[in-house]
Design a protein around this ligand. Structure first.
Ligand code: G6P
Length: 615
């Protein structure tokens, strides 16, 4: 995880770096730091444990006046959060400063090598080996004819050749005070081009207010960046050309727009984000259109299984999509956590289609799971929200959710957009296969009605807030549901634990009797989702069982219920296949208001990061 930012230009670097780091804090916030090259050509570093705002209040920060600098916000992996473990890290000569996002898997071996060469280390991090290795190769370059920036570049290339693992790195050198070198492998890094100034960041939104012109680096591509120039190299130090991409996102999309928190804003954006996801993919009088996807009827008929692989909330979207695809396309679907899939030698071959869902497109396990399927001849489709993200460069086909930037760590609008896009994909497959035509027509109609129905659900905010204020001090909460409602129970439970730190469990309603009911006692809260008319009676019996044992009940339903539950949130009816898109919204709001009532930082919950680029 971690976020990195950089600036090379005419202005003071510090405000640009702080601004970028504040926007990248969703990637981790255990510590923050920046380094600039000052007028005397020395590198100055200010860093400490804690958040970017604390760094910005550090009395010394105003002493940084350099116009070239790097910044880092950390999600600790190797070494506890502390001042000394914070980035940037310097080499022993203080000539090279590095910020790093990723993990150097062979750092212990490299550290031993460097110690044998008389290098010393201050921190417990994996990163500190990088500036020292650069120094080592700089001092011991095999090619003494190299001069100027090329000598610096060669040392970075040689050092990174020794690294195993993942990295996005920015390197400053006091010996080359006008430039910065950056490189990435399996961790994201983008370069924004300005007028006589250039920006570097882990993601596009963090620097979108400065430029809309971006270069996206591929693995093991290097860039030597000065104020007026960006020159790209491959790992043989040969110059390469890269295309610039103009990003059309509105910079304001990454602002709070008057909402207290990004999460609340993103919950309220769902009618819009779903409209954007649908876009022109469901034309009124013809079959669905999915850009850049060309799977033939013969191919779809040959498929024996579809795997949907993802992590966290994205995997929950996959669980809902399983029902949609199986129903419409009649192909068995298996949903699996990427971290499990990648290590268990799954049965995958050319007759398997593998779909990977990742909001960020950078989740390390999901990308590794995709590479595994590719190596076994399966076709791969990536569903992501971030244009140009790593996963989009690995998959055979990439479908974008177009939900706009999602900043809050807890995912909301990305989840609903993922389900919508997967539903459109299922429609597209069924149309290609020419099966289940009436179901397809019905689902299309219902998808188009979703934005308006979400607006209806959002009107329950006050009631949900009141219930949140009743239960926010609780220690345990249970979520139950059957079928598709169970997939929402899982997502509601995840939202609650992520941002309120309340222990919660999600169970299929019918499983309650097989153990968990032993935990139900007077006053405990059971949240129940009940949207499938065919399962209403059975689900109500399950709710009654917990009420009998003293539970408080919060029920999200589209059915008319004549029961005395503590709180019933009524949502509009839709196709049972996509009901999670509506039923999840009260659960998102409930988690949000519970977290607020507890006075927690909703957007940046403890120990979490939005983009998990380490396994
Ligand atoms: C982290 C985030 C979750 C997210 C998951 C997968 O755990 O906290 O909100 O669902 O990663 O992220 P992805 O970007 O791959 O969808």
């Amino acid at each position: 995880m971690c976020g990195i930012v950089g600036y090379v230009g005419k202005k003071e670097a510090k405000p640009v770096l702080i601004n970028g780091l504040l926007r990248l804090e969703y990637r981790g916030y255990d510590s923050a730091g920046i380094a600039t090259i000052e007028d005397n050509h020395l590198i100055k570093v200010i860093k400490d444990k804690g958040r970017v705002n604390q760094l910005n209040e550090n009395a010394e920060i105003n002493s940084l006046t350099g116009t070239i600098g790097i910044g880092h916000t950390r999600w600790a992996t190797h070494g506890k959060p502390s001042g000394v473990n914070s980035h940037p890290h310097l080499d022993n000569s203080r000539c090279f400063a590095v910020v790093h996002n990723g993990i150097i898997e062979n750092y212990a071996e490299l550290k031993e090598f460097l110690i044998s060469k008389n290098y010393t280390f201050l921190s417990e991090t994996d990163t500190e080996v990088i500036p020292n290795l650069i120094n080592y190769y700089y001092e011991n370059s095999s090619n003494s004819s190299l001069e100027g920036n090329e000598k610096f570049l060669k040392a970075v290339i040689d050092a990174t050749k020794r690294l195993k693992g993942s990295y996005a790195i920015e390197v400053l050198s006091s010996l080359y005070p006008d430039c910065m070198i950056v490189v990435r492998k399996d961790s994201p890094l983008v370069i924004g081009k300005g007028e006589n100034e250039n920006y570097i960041s882990s993601d596009i939104p963090a620097i979108l207010s400065f430029t809309k012109d971006f270069y996206l680096l591929n693995d093991r591509e290097f860039a030597l960046i000065t104020r007026n120039d960006i020159v790209f190299y491959n790992e043989n130090a040969e110059k390469i050309q890269k295309e610039i991409k103009n990003i059309t996102w509105d910079a304001g999309a990454a602002e709070k727009d008057g909402y207290d928190d990004f999460m609340l804003k993103e919950i309220y954006e769902q009618p819009k984000s779903i409209r954007e996801t649908i876009g022109s993919r469901l034309p009124k009088d013809s079959i669905s259109v999915i850009e850049d996807l060309a799977l033939s009827k013969e191919y779809l008929e040959s498929i024996k299984k579809i795997f949907i692989v993802a992590c966290g909330t994205a995997m929950h979207a996959g669980l809902t999509a399983k029902g949609i695809i199986e129903n419409l396309c009649e192909i068995p679907v298996e949903v699996e956590a990427a971290s499990e899939f990648r290590y268990r030698n799954p049965i995958v071959n050319s007759r398997t289609l593998c779909i990977y869902i990742s909001q960020s497109g950078e989740t390390a396990d999901t990308i590794a799971a995709l590479k595994l399927a590719k190596s076994k001849d399966a076709k791969t489709i990536a569903i992501t929200n971030v244009i140009g993200s790593s996963i989009s460069r690995e998959a055979d086909y990439t479908l974008y959710t177009h939900a706009g930037p999602e900043i809050a760590v807890a995912s909301t609008k990305a989840y609903t957009s993922q389900i919508v896009l997967l539903a459109i994909l299922a429609i597209n497959f069924a149309e290609t296969l020419d099966i289940n035509n009436s179901k397809v027509r019905e689902l299309k109609k219902e998808i188009l009605l979703l934005p308006g129905k979400i607006e209806e659900v959002l009107k329950n905010e006050q009631e949900i807030k009141e219930f949140a204020n009743r239960i926010y001090k609780e220690k345990d909460v249970f979520f139950i549901g059957r079928g598709v409602d169970y997939t929402v129970a899982l997502e509601g439970s995840l939202k609650l634990k992520e941002i309120s730190y309340i222990h919660s469990e999600a169970y299929p309603s019918g499983e309650l009797k097989h153990g968990p009911i032993a935990l139900i006692e007077n006053g405990i809260t059971v949240i129940s989702i009940l949207t499938n008319p065919l399962l209403v009676e059975k689900s109500i019996s399950n709710i009654q069982e917990v009420v009998t044992r003293g539970a408080k009940t919060f029920v999200v339903t589209n059915q008319e219920l004549n029961h005395n539950f503590d709180k019933v949130i009524k949502i509009p009816e839709t196709s049972p296949l996509i009901s999670p898109i509506l039923s999840v919204i009260p659960l998102q709001l409930l988690a949000y208001f519970i977290s607020k009532a507890k006075g927690l930082d909703v957007d940046k919950p403890r120990n979490l990061a939005k983009s998990v680029t380490v396994e």
